[in-house]
Design a protein around this ligand. Sequence first.
Ligand code: C2E
Ligand code: CA
Ligand code: CA
Ligand code: CA
Length: 278
Amino acid sequence: VKNHGRNGFSFFHAEMEERSLERILLENELKKAIEREQFRIDYQPKLHLSTGQLIGMEALVRWDHPELGRIAPNKFIPIAEDTGLILPLGEWVLRHGCEQNKKWQDQGYPPLKLSVNLSARQFFQAGLVDRVKQILEETGLDSRWLELEVTESIFADIDLAAAIIEEINKLGVHTSIDDFGTGYSSFSYIKHLPVDTLKIDASFIRDIHHNKESQAIVKAILTIAETLHLNVIAEGVENEEQLAVLNEEGCSQGQGFLFSKPLSGPTFEQYLKGLPVA
Ligand code: C2E
Ligand code: CA
Ligand code: CA
Ligand code: CA
C-alpha cells in the first residue's frame, strides 16, 4: 500500500511536470507565432433560419504550427489569456478580419457583418474602444459591419462592462453575448448591458430536440430577448431536427455545421460567389 502510494504520487508528479512542460513549450511557440503572424482566420456563415439568407460570419482564429500541426483554439486561447498574449493576438484577428471583410465588400460581394470574439481581458483592456476605432479607420470598414462577441465573463464587472458597451455602441459597432445561458446569473445581468444580440450556447442546441429542459431554456432566452428587444442567434445547429425546433420556437438566426463549418478565406469567397444574387 505504501509503495502504491509512492508510485501514485510520483506518477502524478511526473504527469504534472509533463503538463507544465507542454504548457511552457506552447507559451514560447505562441509568442513566436504571434511575432511571425503564423495564424489564419476561418469564417463561419451565420444565416436567417426562415429564409436561409446569409447575414454574416464569425471569425475563428486558426494556428497551424509548422511542426506540431493544427493546435485547437480551446487549447491555445486559454494560454493566450493567462499570459496576456491574447492582446496582440486578438488585435491581429480584429485587424485582419476587418481588412478581409472590407476587401470582400470592395470586390462587390454583398456587405456582411463580421463577428470577432473578444476575451474578457481584451474587452477590459484600457483603450479598447480607441483601438477598435483606429482599426476601423485604418481598414476603411464601416462600423456597422463589425460585431464583437463577448462572453458572460464580462458580467464580473457589470458597471464597467455596461460603460464599455455604451462606448462601442457610440462607434456603431454591434455587440453580442456569446455562449449565453451558461453563466449562472445570465438572466439577472443581461438587462444591465446594452448589447444587440444573445447567442444561445451550443450546449442547449445540442439536445434541444430530445431534452425538454434545454428547450425550456431556449424558450426562456427567446422570451427575455423579445422583452429586451434583442436579436437571438443559435450556435451549434447540426441537424434538421434541431432546426425544426428552433423554427417552431421562433429563433430567427443560426450558425452551425448544418449550414457550413468554418471556411478558410478563399473557400468563404467561393461560397460568396455561389450565393444567389439579391
Ligand atoms: P466560440 O466562440 O463559442 O465558437 C464556436 C465554436 O464552435 C468554434 O470552435 C466553431 O468551429 C465550433 N462550431 C461551429 N459550429 C458548430 C457545430 O455545428 N457543432 C460543433 N460541435 N461545433 C461547432 P473553434 O473554432 O474551435 O473555437 C473554439 C473557441 O475558441 C471559440 O468558441 C472561442 O471561444 C475561441 N476562439 C476562437 N477564435 C477566437 C479569437 O479570435 N479570439 C478569441 N478571444 N477567442 C477565440
Ligand atoms: Ca463566438
Ligand atoms: Ca459560442
Ligand atoms: Ca464557446
